[in-house]
Structures are given as C-alpha cells and as structure tokens.
Design a protein around this ligand. Structure first.
Ligand code: NAP
Length: 217
C-alpha cells in the first residue's frame, strides 16, 4: 500500500487525519515543521512548506494522495500570510508534480470564498489577504494538471463526540458563524474524498440536517 502524506500533521485536522489513518492501519508520512512521534504506521517528517527544497524532500516518494491542511495563527503581515497560505501550497504542488507518478492532491479549503460575508471581513482583518489566498490557491490547483479534490469546510470545532452526518455538496454556500463541523468528522471526509470522490472536483463539506448523505460520501 502506498503511503499517504499529510502536510500540517501536528495539530488540528491534519493530526486528526494522521490518527485516523493510523487507526485504519494505513501508512502515512506526517509532515510539519515540528512533527509528532513515530509509530508503526506514522513516519514523522520535518519540513517547512515555505521552503521549496524542504517540502520537495518531504514529498519525494510514491504516495496514494497528499493532503494539505496547513494554517497560520496570530497576527501576521499580508506578505507572511501569502508566503505560507498561498506560496506554501504552490511549493507543495510543484514538489508533488516532480514525482514519477504525481499523487492526487486533497486541498482543505474554506467555503464561500467567492461570496462576500462579514465572516470573511473578520478573517481578512485577522489574516490579511486570506480570502484572496484561498481563491488563488484553488485556481492554481485546478490549473496544475495534477489530479485533485478540493474540500471546502465551514467553521471547525473540536467536538469529538459530535460526529453528526455531514454531506459533500455543491460549492455554493456562504461562510457564516452558524454552520460548523468537527475536525474529526472532516478528517473522515478527507480520507473518503481521497479514495472515492470524482477526480478534479470541488465540494462544500457541511452538516447534513436531512441525513441524506449523497454520492461518494
Ligand atoms: N479554523 C477554521 O474554522 C477553519 C474553517 C475552514 C477551513 N479551515 C482550514 O482548515 C485547515 C486546517 O485548520 P486547523 O485549524 O485544523 O489546523 P491547525 O491546527 O491550525 O494546524 C495547522 C498545521 O499547519 C502546520 N504548519 C504551519 N506552518 C507550517 C509550515 N510553514 N510548514 C509546514 N507545516 C506548517 C502546523 O504544524 P507545525 O507548527 O508543526 O508546522 C499544524 O500542523 C486550514 O487550511 C484552514 O484554512 C479552517
């Protein structure tokens, strides 16, 4: 079995995904600047996506899929946010494309990046340029020639008991504070997306109030 690669593996959704892969006895290269401990199925790999050589080394190999779940915290300049959230992703897809068999890229994105909302206004104030970076990196992936699935998430929480049904829906939803899902739940969807979502598609991953889970999910 070819390993998966998770970038942004030391916390949040990336860590939840690494734990899920381990639970399913699936090998994973867990990539971040400060990776966590190794186990039978986890290969920790220290790399920084803002450094093309570093992420190229981390992505050398034959992978089932590469998940990108990196995020930035605290108050940062527009240039710093761009360097990580956009250029870090560009470095990642360029590195992945160098492999003999380029892997499928599963990008964890954010819902409603084309729709104005006061939540985006706040996010852009906290992380300058965030909305544009989210749009630009989705477009870059679509134009990269690599196989991809984009999963757009609403507000995330760590309510591990809340594994209410969620659905993969058309990417038309607005980002609000009223809609949220847990990182554990999202990790399950990302793995399913890597295995079963149609190639080169974009989805909003949202709570499924009608419990009418559709299609590949
Ligand atoms: N928070 C939300 O409500 C929300 C909503 C929708 C979508 N999203 C998206 O979901 C994704 C994950 O968010 P999260 O809150 O679950 O994750 P998170 O806990 O913030 O984790 C971010 C990860 O990125 C890694 N990282 C940061 N800088 C890095 C670098 N230069 N090179 C390599 N790795 C780096 C961190 O590890 P190290 O520090 O060890 O490097 C960490 O593992 C983000 O892309 C975000 O845009 C979030």
């Amino acid at each position: 079995m070819k390993p998966f690669a998770v970038i942004g593996a030391s916390s949040g959704t990336g860590l939840a995904l690494v734990k899920l892969l381990e639970k399913n006895r699936l090998p994973v290269r867990a990539i971040s600047r400060k990776p966590r401990a190794a186990s039978e199925f986890i290969e920790p790999f220290a790399a920084d996506v803002t450094d093309i050589e570093s992420i190229s080394k981390a992505l050398t190999g034959d992978f089932s899929a590469v998940f990108f779940t990196v995020d930035i915290h605290g108050f940062n300049s527009r240039a710093t946010v761009r360097k990580l959230m956009y250029q870090g992703f560009i470095n990642t897809i360029q590195a992945a494309a160098k492999n003999k068999t380029p892997p499928k890229i599963v990008l964890l994105s954010v819902i409603g990046s084309e729709i104005s909302s006061w939540v985006w206004w706040i996010l852009n104030a906290m992380k300058p340029g965030m909305q544009k970076n989210i749009i630009d990196r989705e477009n870059a992936l679509k134009e990269s020639g690599l196989a991809y699935v984009i999963c757009r998430a609403p507000k995330l929480n760590d309510d591990i008991k809340n594994l209410t049904p969620i659905s993969a829906s058309s990417p038309t939803h607005k980002l609000t504070m009223n809609m949220g899902i847990s990182r554990e739940n999202l990790a399950r969807v990302l793995l399913k997306a890597a295995k079963a979502a149609p190639e080169n598609t974009t989805w909003d991953i949202i709570p499924d109030k009608d419990k009418s889970t559709l299609g590949w999910l």
